[in-house]
Design a binder for this molecule. Sequence first.
Ligand code: AQP
Length: 337
Amino acid sequence: MGKKIFSGVQPTGNLHLGNYLGAIKNFVNLNEDEKNSCIFCVVDLHAITVNQDPKKLRDNTRETVATFLASGINSKKSIIFNQSQVSAHSEAAWILSCTARMGWLNRMTQFKEKAGKNKEKVSSGLYTYPNLMAADILLYLADLVPVGDDQKQHLELTRDIAQKFNNDYSEFGGKDFFPIPEPLIFEESSRVMSLRDGTKKMSKSETSSMTRIELRDENDLIIKKISKAKTDPFPIPESIGELDNRPEVKNLLNIFSSLGEEPILNILNNYSGKQFSDLKNDLSDLLINRLSPIRQELIKIDNDEGFLREVLNDGAIKAKEKSEKNIKEIKKIIGLG
Ligand code: AQP
């Protein structure tokens, strides 16, 4: 049976291989299955939980949509829009923040990581971010959410919020109102790590761009970044078990595997005993082969402002239609209006 799928990406620039393998590549496959109904959202309201330059934010929103399209998401089959254009997201976030418990939010590791020692100075939006994420998903009564492994905890919170809402209002029409959404995590690509430190995830906000392959990187830069990627002094092993405690090597193999859609063991069979430079040369070729068509398409689409505006306008109309119907229901259940 077809699924209702929702996922979001922040327009914070520097979209990278982790975003592509952990999220966007999977969106493309889901979008191709005619039975699914997919909504892909550029979550600009999430982006403003940290300081943003307004002009850059607007450009990055366009760039994120262009990346969706260049990667192969079809805007005729899926709804593509930006969150801030559909006001029901903010309304639902407020309502659901009254369902979410402080104790639940206090456990969110992403807040702890992002706030660091600066807890008193970060925006309160950064703290309540998971409530908005729950609203995004539940507003469309989605049942499947493709995300990278880093978002698993937020999705568990979304499930808790949905369950509590359904229970709290069970006598008022809330029973089973929200489906309990499932994460869709593709194990081999769920966490792409930094090229310089295999224990940290590849991230847009890491200061050095040498830690990540960006989707706009030219071929020469891809070769340079992969050749400088950290490895270790030991030989390429024969078995997966021998990759324990070798995070950087494991990461390169994971990237190879998910990009080439080939089991890690096959790759080990081909490279065990060989030099890292052999593995890296072939990995660079594979990356160039997969990413350069996306980059070329991205540049083309990004220059077509009219087309991007049309995709976003059209997506917002469709998203409004669905979300307004559901927010009305939610308000009716809880006695608003
Ligand atoms: N390293 C990663 N490996 C696999 N998946 C990843 N995702 C992000 N990084 C990796 C997945 O990409 C989707 C969009 O993420 P996002 O842009 O909304 O926010 P994020 O997870 O906070 O991305 P970054 O790059 O890590 O940004 P910063 O540096 O701002 O924290 C999500 O599905 C995410 O799981």
